[in-house]
Design a protein around this ligand. Structure first.
Ligand SMILES: [Zn+2]
Length: 148
């Protein structure tokens, strides 16, 4: 067990597992504290789960391999509804692709899938206006949202 007394929980099956293989450290970004960027150095136990085999422990506030905590993710999700992605990336000190990925996951989670029967207009963003050929390729791949 860790110093905080929390037993490790397998990220695969969500069962408590005491077979700790080793501990590695993970760096994660947390919400800024006033004007300071906060980076956490988190010890994560690698487990040998009898059900799943080698796996990592589940940390609720640091899911999967995410480089940001759940709190920072929620804050970024709120900010991207108010400001462009580049502004949010500059404000929180994350890479543009990280903010874009968080926003994309939010959109996939919160917006319903478009009904192709009701589609009337094709909406494209500024990237599409700058490079029409790339926009056509991405539209064919289904990377753009449609409006009914
Ligand atoms: Zn397991």
């Amino acid at each position: 067990m860790r110093a905080d007394g929390v037993p490790p929980v397998c990220s695969g099956c969500d069962h408590v597992c005491f077979l700790v293989h080793d501990v590695h450290r993970r760096r994660a970004r947390e919400l800024p504290l006033l004007i300071y960027r906060v980076e956490l150095d988190v010890p994560v136990r690698r487990l040998h789960c009898p059900v799943c085999g080698p796996t990592r422990e589940r940390i609720d506030w640091l899911p999967g391999r995410s480089p940001v905590t759940t709190t920072l993710r929620q804050w970024v999700e709120r900010l991207v509804t108010l400001r462009p992605i580049r502004h949010v990336a500059d404000l929180v000190g994350l890479h543009w692709h990280t903010v874009k990925s968080i926003d994309k996951q939010r959109l996939q989670r919160d917006l319903p899938a478009p009904d192709p029967i009701r589609l009337r207009r094709l909406m494209m963003d500024e990237f599409a206006l700058l490079n029409p050929e790339q926009a056509v390729k991405q539209t064919k791949k289904g990377k753009h949202w449609f409006s009914a």
